[in-house]
Design a protein around this ligand. Structure first.
Ligand code: FPP
Length: 258
């Protein structure tokens, strides 16, 4: 991204151009453990450093005019990690909300949480509710924290709701379509991510936004999450801007293919 572009990313003109800024960027923040191991440190240092990279990324995404930033912070599979590490990740979430919520609110950021909240400790549920409640009216960046999130679990919960609606006579089975499913997902009023970034060189989705990623572009970066910088975010967006998104059709860059 050139400096000239940076200055105008909030300008609607850029959105009308065929080189559109992504509205929604989602990130799989991977590599905290390897970052720590490479320095002979305990994994916990990697996660702590990971929170710093998270803060910098939120602030830079906001500056770039990205509307939605989703961060995969704790997956429904992460419970299988050693108890001490699970406890640390829970602690980091508590700390992040307690320390950063006021600043996020001041910056007009709206915090949203996706994932299975019922399995979390009561005090964490309250903190998450408080973060969403306090920032509900904010109109800046939507920071979507995927915590205790797993896409298959999200889809299971949505399908269960659909079945309940059919059982109760509120919905006909014949009326079940993509919109009916999408509106029962945790991301009901959040647009699908145009761009999904994964750090650390791994190239898989790991049960992240399976439904929503149907037409996402993927950028895999070799950088470990604690080292992820504003320049890396811009590089990933630049890569995305050069992609030809056809959505299964035959057009390229907004022009019909002869
Ligand atoms: C993957 O690194 C990262 C996670 C398990 C989640 C990301 C967590 C943070 C950025 C810190 C927590 C932030 C909050 C707000 C809770 P890894 O441990 O899988 O790294 P490895 O693959 O190198 O072992």
């Amino acid at each position: 991204m050139t400096t000239g572009q940076k200055a105008v990313v909030r300008d609607e003109a850029l959105r009308d151009d065929d080189r559109r800024m992504p509205r929604h960027v989602a990130i799989i923040m991977d590599g905290n453990g390897r970052w720590a191991a490479a320095r002979g440190l305990d994994r916990t240092f990697g996660h702590k450093k990971g929170v710093e990279a998270l803060r910098t990324t939120v602030s830079h995404a906001d500056k770039l005019g990205i509307e939605f930033l989703t961060l995969f912070s704790f997956s429904s599979e992460n419970w299988s990690r050693p108890q001490t590490e699970v406890r640390q990740l829970m602690g980091l979430l508590r700390l992040f909300i307690r320390r950063d919520l006021a600043d996020l609110h001041k910056a007009n950021v709206r915090v949203r949480i996706i994932g299975a909240r019922d399995d979390l400790a009561g005090d964490i549920r309250s903190l998450l509710d408080e973060a969403e409640e306090l920032t509900r009216g904010n109109t800046g960046l939507n920071l979507v924290v995927a915590f205790n999130y797993g896409a298959r679990n999200e889809i299971e919960r949505a399908v269960r709701r659909l079945a309940e609606d059919v059982e109760a006579g509120r919905l006909k089975a014949a009326d079940i379509d993509s919109a009916a499913i999408g509106s029962r997902l945790d991301t009901a009023d959040i647009p699908d991510p145009e761009l999904i970034i994964r750090t650390s060189g791994e190239q898989r989705l790991s049960n992240f936004l399976l439904w929503q990623a149907a037409y996402s572009e993927f950028v895999f970066l070799p950088v470990l999450w604690p080292d992820f910088s504003p320049e890396d975010l811009e590089r990933a967006i630049d890569d995305y801007l050069g992609r030809d998104r056809r959505f299964g059709g035959l057009t390229t860059k907004g022009r019909a293919v002869p």
